[in-house]
Design a binder for this molecule. Sequence first.
Ligand code: AMP
Length: 216
Amino acid sequence: MRVAFLGPPGAGKGTQARELAREWGVLHLATGDMLREAVAAGTAVGAEAKRYMDQGALVPDDVIIRLMAERLGAADAAKGFILDGFPRTIAQAEALAKLLKDLGQTLDAVVYFDVSEPELLRRLTGRRVCRACGHTYHLTSSPPKRAGVCDACGGELYQRDDDREATVRNRLEVYRRQTVPLLDYYRARNQLTTVSGEGPVAAIREAIRNAVGAER
Ligand code: AMP
């Protein structure tokens, strides 16, 4: 299984990708997570990326493309993957097509998560993330049992800097300008399949399984 999840920030791509990658036995490759790890580790890539991430802007294509070329070329990626948050620009989509061609692979599907803007704002500003395991919560719609503590691993919950409202608005604007053109790009190649990203998490997951032809 080789698929890409496409959609605005807050659409639920990460939540679904984490679970489905486990179910399908493939890698979950989230560029946002990879960049946050690089920032935490204090690498040169992390230092450069942080300047953009803090403003809700996209990290330059060449940085992201280099990162993904390395990751997709590694032996463990041969078993399949879910791309989460990549590609985000036409240049990245073109680079991905070339990378996969060189590896003798193709994408099975691109799944677009359709979610309304007021719902995205509500989700992002209320989102809390576990520092230790990455599990996500929402202050009102899926709160942890104990405030500030991860149910899954006991880790500390925090609000991502870029989930504050002003940055969220900028991220949504950047999405409209730079990522929405990918919908037509993949539609024209008959690779785009749309699921509603609103409603119960389990129902959305089932819609994704159906969209990519995956059995339970
Ligand atoms: P995310 O966790 O997917 O919301 O990503 C967080 C931030 O990381 C984004 O706002 C961007 O600054 C950066 N980022 C993640 N993926 C990409 C990408 N494919 N291209 C450029 N920047 C990215």
